[in-house]
Design a protein around this ligand. Structure first.
Ligand code: C2E
Ligand code: CA
Ligand code: CA
Ligand code: CA
Length: 280
């Protein structure tokens, strides 16, 4: 559309133009957020269903925007990816997560684990490797097992050698891998065998419809049996009611995560939450 020349903006409707400007402004804000202290790491408990103990937590990123308030990661992670800021952000999340898990392995449970999310773009980005992470762990005298990386199914479906190599690198460093949002994507089961995965997270959309004899119950039960046969542990996401928890526990699901056990809260608050529970 060279000939369109200076009229090229006429391709945009005003609404699209506003949206594009918004994105640009938010991306610029994100750049200063990374430099400043507007990023916050929240933690949500992951509960061992048989004992009720909190032995893991998922790190969830928050952006405290000076004017807009809390911005959802669903909104700013895509901006971080397209702008390349995701590299610094991912490193920041890792550093924070390691700092906290070190403390919780000392104070709460020697095998406490923190899981963190890696979007497909983040995981597949050119040239990236986990060298820095593994070095950080070594320097802090922390075993890789303290960290779980959550990835999504789509990544494994078209697994390039780059993806395979990175998974191997994590594994060699002792870092564990969880398959997030299981059941929402392509759900080809063959890659569960092909890749060395430690945890399978049943997506909230199944958990929210759990009822005795329901089809989502049958599906969840089948997923759990299959996962166990393949040597994976299962984490159910989005557990909001005691009845969902009980059905999952009866189906031998290993771990639960959801508002029933606790919403994501700032790291300092989560630290106090863990200490309170330990005192019981
Ligand atoms: P996710 O990895 O599937 O994380 C679970 C989401 O479900 C979180 O939303 C959590 O707050 C929410 N959740 C947990 N329990 C319940 C429940 O019982 N009911 C309901 N309705 N929701 C529940 P959140 O924190 O808004 O994060 C959204 C997504 O943003 C995450 O989905 C993850 O894909 C992404 N994300 C978050 N932090 C990071 C990060 O540090 N890096 C990357 N790359 N992505 C992140
Ligand atoms: Ca996740
Ligand atoms: Ca998830
Ligand atoms: Ca999800």
């Amino acid at each position: 559309a060279k000939g369109a020349g200076r009229n090229r903006f006429s391709y945009f409707t005003p609404a699209l133009q506003v949206a594009a400007q918004n994105r640009m402004r938010l991306t610029n804000d994100l750049r200063s957020a990374v430099k400043g202290d507007q990023l916050k790491l929240y933690f949500q408990p992951i509960v061992h269903l048989k004992t009720g103990r909190v032995v893991k937590a998922e790190a969830l990123l928050r952006w405290q925007h000076p004017q807009r308030g809390l911005v959802s990661p669903l909104e700013f992670i895509p901006l971080a990816e397209s702008s390349g800021l995701i590299v610094d952000i991912g490193q920041w999340v890792f550093n924070e997560a390691v700092r906290w898990v070190q403390r919780w392995r000392r104070d709460i449970h020697p095998e406490f684990q923190v899981s963190l999310n890696q979007s497909p773009v983040e995981f597949q980005r050119e040239g990236g490797s986990y060298d820095v992470w593994l070095r950080t762990l070594r320097e802090m005298d922390m075993p890789g097992q303290a960290i779980v990386v959550e990835i999504t199914e789509g990544l494994l479906l078209d697994a390039s050698t780059m993806v395979t190599d990175k998974l191997l690198q994590l594994r060699d460093g002792g870092i564990q891998v969880a398959l997030d949002d299981f059941g929402t994507g392509y759900s080809s089961l063959s890659y569960l065998n092909k890749f060395d995965i430690d945890y399978l997270k049943i997506d909230r959309s199944f958990v929210s419809n759990l009822a005795p004899e329901s089809s989502d119950m049958a599906l969840s039960e089948a997923i759990i049996v299959m996962a166990h046969k393949l040597g994976l542990h299962v984490i159910a996401e989005g557990v909001e009611t005691a009845s969902q928890r009980d059905l999952l526990a009866a189906a031998n699901c290993d771990f639960g995560q959801g508002y029933l056990f606790g919403k994501p809260i700032p790291a300092e608050e989560f630290d106090a939450f863990l200490a309170d529970r330990l005192a019981i």
